[in-house]
Ligand binder design. Structure first.
Ligand code: GZL
Length: 326
């Protein structure tokens, strides 16, 4: 009998060691991430996973929705069933969130919308933390106006994922400035889905339809810019400082700024992915019963290639690049 009890105890201990520890008093967070479409997203995911650790008193239940809105709503419903303490959503798309946010609210679970916005009424979620993508789009437009100084622009746009607030914001912001410039023409604007493959595919199509007709390509993230560069390289079209085509990109990731420093990207508008600390601060305040803001905007800046001076952006240097956190 004693031997049997000893074996059972050893077995129980072995099982306990295999199951990742979810300490009883840790704060449990359900995190519904957009997917893994870009370098920016990888940096954003890593930031959450290295911030909300068990050692820091959190248990992060992470779901990668692979750019699928339905999968993301399913993840949120699973968090509700698991009775997590908080839900954080980086929404794939802006629309279609009313019902599931109401379910989370009915379950008494605070929801933090992060990175991208939703069109649902703000009363349906606790707070938003992210960047101002419309301002990012405006900054890109204002820089182009400064750089062209009255010259004509025939512009091709490679948009981000359809329906994503980052796409909608950057497009609205850039177009607001473009409308002030009758010497500019936006020839086309299609989605590259925030991926390198998407950027290459759209650029290949543009090179067929608009060969020799354009002098500016606006890529709504760095990965699309890399794809566009691949397509232009294959077609023998020059770009960047001293090239025939001006490239504007968004995100200012390490690779994006490396290519900006190399003069391949003329202007790169930052979108800061390091947002987990801000979300943690909000959760800590809620835990402590403190007031929290309805909206927290993570600040951005812009960068330009060497040889370009701008009142709107920093000129890239190796020192600046070495100091970048992502
Ligand atoms: C912007 C973010 C966007 C990035 C892309 O806030 O949602 O999604 O610009 C990413 O790189 O895919």
């Amino acid at each position: 009998m004693k031997k049997l009890l000893a074996c059972m105890l050893a077995l129980l201990m072995a099982v306990a060691l295999c199951v990742p520890a979810m300490a009883a008093d840790n704060v449990v967070i359900g995190f519904a991430q957009v997917g893994h479409e870009s370098d920016w997203r990888a940096a954003n995911t890593n930031d959450y996973q290295t911030t909300f650790t068990t050692e820091n008193g959190y248990d992060l239940i992470f779901v990668d929705a692979d750019n699928d809105h339905a999968a993301q709503m399913e993840a949120v419903r699973s968090f509700i069933q698991q009775e997590v303490d908080y839900i954080v959503i980086c929404p794939v798309q802006e629309a279609g969130w009313e019902v599931v946010l109401q379910e989370a609210q009915d379950a008494g679970i605070p929801v933090i919308i992060a990175d991208r916005t939703v069109s649902a009424d703000p009363s349906l979620y606790t707070t938003f933390l992210g960047t101002d993508t419309a301002l990012e789009g405006e900054t890109a437009g204002l820089w182009l106006a400064e750089y062209l100084d009255g010259k004509e622009a025939n512009i091709l746009v490679i948009e981000g994922s359809v329906g994503a607030s980052a796409t909608l914001g950057r497009t609205t912001g850039f177009n607001k400035i473009a409308e002030e410039h009758p010497e500019w023409k936006i020839l086309d604007s299609q989605s590259g889905d925030f991926t390198q493959a998407g950027g290459q595919e759209v650029m290949e199509s543009y090179l067929k339809s608009y060969a020799g007709q354009f002098n500016v390509v606006v890529c709504q993230n760095d990965n699309e810019a890399y794809g566009a560069m691949d397509a232009m390289d294959a077609a023998g079209v020059t770009y960047g400082v001293g090239g025939d085509v001006i490239i504007i990109s968004f995100d200012a990731t390490k690779e994006g700024l490396t290519r900006t420093l190399a003069g391949k990207i003329n202007c790169n508008v930052e979108c800061n992915p390091l947002q987990a600390a801000g979300v943690l601060d909000i959760i800590a305040k809620i835990q402590a019963g403190e007031e929290i803001p309805d909206v927290t905007i993570v600040p951005d800046e812009a960068f330009v290639a060497p040889g370009i001076t701008s009142a709107l952006a920093q000129t890239m240097t190796q020192e600046l690049l070495d100091g970048r956190a992502y």
